[in-house]
Design a binder for this molecule. Structure first.
Ligand SMILES: [Zn+2]
Ligand SMILES: [Zn+2]
Length: 303
C-alpha cells in the first residue's frame, strides 16, 4: 500500500499481530502441557466451552450479521453486549473487522479482497501460499488499518466508538474471567492458572482457527449451489464449528440475510439465536433471503 493510500486509513488501536500470535502459541502449549502433567479440572473445560461459544456469538451474531451486514436490529444494550463479546474474541477491533469484511464482500476473490486464497493484490497465489494467506497470513500484509469511510454507520455512534477504542481492554477482561472463575470454584492458584490458560489463550487460538477457516476453507472446499461470481462454498464442518458461518456460498448469495443455513440440514446456531431473539421481541427487521426458499427446491439466486 503506498503512503497516499495509507494516509486515508485509520490504525486499529491496541496490541496486534506477532506478539499476540507468540503469546497464543506459548499459552496454548502450556495449557495442553499442564493439563497432561498436572491434571485438567472440569471447570477449565467448561470455561473453554462457554468462552468459545459466547465470544463466537459476539463475532457471528454481533460483528458479522448485526454490524457488518445489518441483518437485523436490536436494542442498544444488546448491541453493546454483542460488540463487547466480539472484542473478547480477540479478533481485533469491531471497526477494523467490519471494514475488512465489507471489503471482502465487495471484491470477493478479486483484486482488493483482503483474504482471498487465490489472489494477493493482482498476484495469483499457489495453493499452499493461498491457503496460508487466506487463513491468517493476510493480517500481516497491510497491517491493522482500515478506511473509516466504509464504517461511517458505526463510527458516528459515540457508544460504539468508545467500545472500539477500548477493544483490547475487553479482550483482556475476557482472558481474566476464566481465571477468576477457576479460583472461585477450585480455590487454588493452579485452578486460576489452568482456568486462564484454557478459557483464555487456548480458547482464543482454537476459535481463531475456526474463524480463519471461514476465510480459507469455505473459499476452497464445499458445494457451490449459487452462482455468486466468486469461489465461496457451503461446508458442513465449518457450518457446525463456526455457529452457521460455514454456509458461506449461501451467505455470498444473500449477504444481507440473518439466516445462512437455508435448509433444515444446514445447521446455523447463530440463526437459531437471532430467531429466538425475534420471537421474544429482542430483534426486529430480521432480513431473510428473497424470495424465501421453497421446501425441497433449490434456492434461487438473487442478485
Ligand atoms: Zn467469503
Ligand atoms: Zn459476510
Amino acid at each position: 500500500m503506498d503512503d497516499s493510500v495509507r494516509a486515508e486509513y485509520t490504525a486499529c488501536r491496541g496490541v496486534n499481530g506477532r506478539p499476540i500470535a507468540l503469546a497464543l502459541a506459548v499459552g496454548s502449549t502450556a495449557a495442553v502441557g499442564l493439563a497432561y502433567f498436572e491434571g485438567l479440572p472440569p471447570h477449565a473445560i467448561i470455561a473453554f466451552a462457554i468462552m468459545a461459544v459466547v465470544t463466537g456469538v459476539g463475532i457471528t451474531v454481533g460483528y458479522h450479521r448485526l454490524f457488518t451486514h445489518r441483518s437485523f436490529a436490536t436494542p442498544r444494550p444488546v448491541e453493546w453486549v454483542l460488540m463487547v463479546l466480539g472484542c473478547m474474541a480477540g479478533q481485533s477491533s469491531p471497526f477494523f473487522w467490519v471494514a475488512t469484511h465489507r471489503r471482502h464482500h465487495k471484491h470477493s476473490d478479486q483484486a482488493g479482497d483482503p483474504h482471498s486464497p487465490y489472489l494477493l493484490g493482482d498476484r495469483k497465489l499457489g495453493f499452499l501460499r493461498g491457503f496460508y494467506h487466506a487463513h491468517g497470513g493476510w493480517v500481516y500484509v497491510n497491517g491493522f488499518v482500515y478506511p473509516r469511510n466504509t464504517v461511517r454507520d458505526l463510527t458516528r455512534r459515540a457508544d460504539f466508538a468508545w467500545i472500539d477504542r477500548h477493544w483490547f481492554h475487553w479482550y483482556l477482561l475476557g482472558m481474566s474471567l476464566p481465571a477468576a472463575a477457576g479460583f472461585l470454584i477450585g480455590g487454588t492458584a493452579y485452578d486460576a492458572l489452568i482456568g486462564f490458560l484454557w478459557g483464555g489463550p487456548l480458547r482464543h487460538f482454537a476459535a481463531l482457527q475456526v474463524t480463519f477457516a471461514v476465510n480459507s476453507v469455505t473459499h476452497l472446499w464445499g458445494s457451490h449451489p449459487h452462482d455468486t461470481g466468486d469461489q465461496s462454498r457451503n461446508n458442513l464442518l465449518v457450518g457446525l464449528l463456526a455457529l452457521g458461518e460455514g454456509w458461506h456460498n449461501n451467505h455470498h448469495a444473500f449477504p444481507y440475510s440473518a439466516r445462512h443455513g437455508l435448509r433444515w440440514w444446514q445447521p446455523d446456531a447463530s440463526w437459531c439465536l437471532i430467531w429466538i431473539m425475534e420471537r421474544v421481541g429482542m430483534a426486529w427487521k430480521v432480513k431473510r433471503p428473497k424470495p424465501a426458499p421453497a421446501p425441497h427446491a433449490s434456492v434461487p439466486t438473487v442478485v
